[in-house]
Design a protein around this ligand. Sequence first.
Ligand code: ADP
Ligand code: MG
Length: 271
Amino acid sequence: MDAKDNIIQANNLCCNYSVDEAEIKGILVDKLLIPRVGITSIIGVSGSGKSTLLSLLSGARRPTQLQKNSRLEFIEETDGATLDLLRDNFLARGRIGFVFQEPHLIKRISARSNAETAGRFLGGANYNENINKLSSEFLLEEVIDQRADTLSGGQAQRVAVIRALSINPDVLVCDEPTSSLDEKMGLDLMSHIYKWAHENQKCVLLVTHNMAHAAEFSDYLIRTENGKLIIGEDGHPIDLRGQTPEDKLKFIKTTFYPMITTVHRKVQQAA
Ligand code: ADP
Ligand code: MG
């Protein structure tokens, strides 16, 4: 794998809120490389550090301790140049889009005006054109000029996604984007996100509790456990590309849900 095949590189980052030395509340990253193209899913029980990892990698949250060899870098596709997000997290401005559990729309304005807020705030180029294209791709054309509070839950969350994508980010960060939706709407939203990532050769970082979604849509997988990452030894997430959803689901179940003591051995075998 070429260095430019990754978009984010993190080394020796620690975000730990625990006062007890024996325990981690947050996340520890020794070495992690996020692939430039495809969906990298992050799975793990509540409190295992998934959201902390997302905010750390996107530069939204600073590590609680820094070491000399701590690194967080965004890697440019064109020349492999690196942007040092620990020095200045503003360098990630406009390159990362965020979607959360709830759409957080402004109710009394239109869906379109909501979608425009990211581009207006960040001063993005062509965001209006992008919104037109995205509203068609995300099947929102009929409702885009309606007031936000007239939309269904699924439509509102799709507006939140196109708001994030309107700035044409390199990475879409999604923290449990389907957990407030019913099963059909959730699957629908994920299908749209998957299509966007693959058609545009982009990176999605997805936290999900939904194992069927993890199996259906993951190209790569990270498991968080008690503030630690379970990934391949070289710092790459577990590569699931080329496997069927059934095989991926079987892998996730057999690797992460039997007795905890066997986890590390199995991941090594599988990597
Ligand atoms: P997850 O998203 O996997 O449910 P989080 O990343 O939100 O987990 O949290 C991991 C752990 O870190 C939890 O024990 C949580 O209470 C703790 N934590 C996260 N952010 C903070 C913070 N800002 N202050 C104190 N503790 C925090
Ligand atoms: Mg969380």
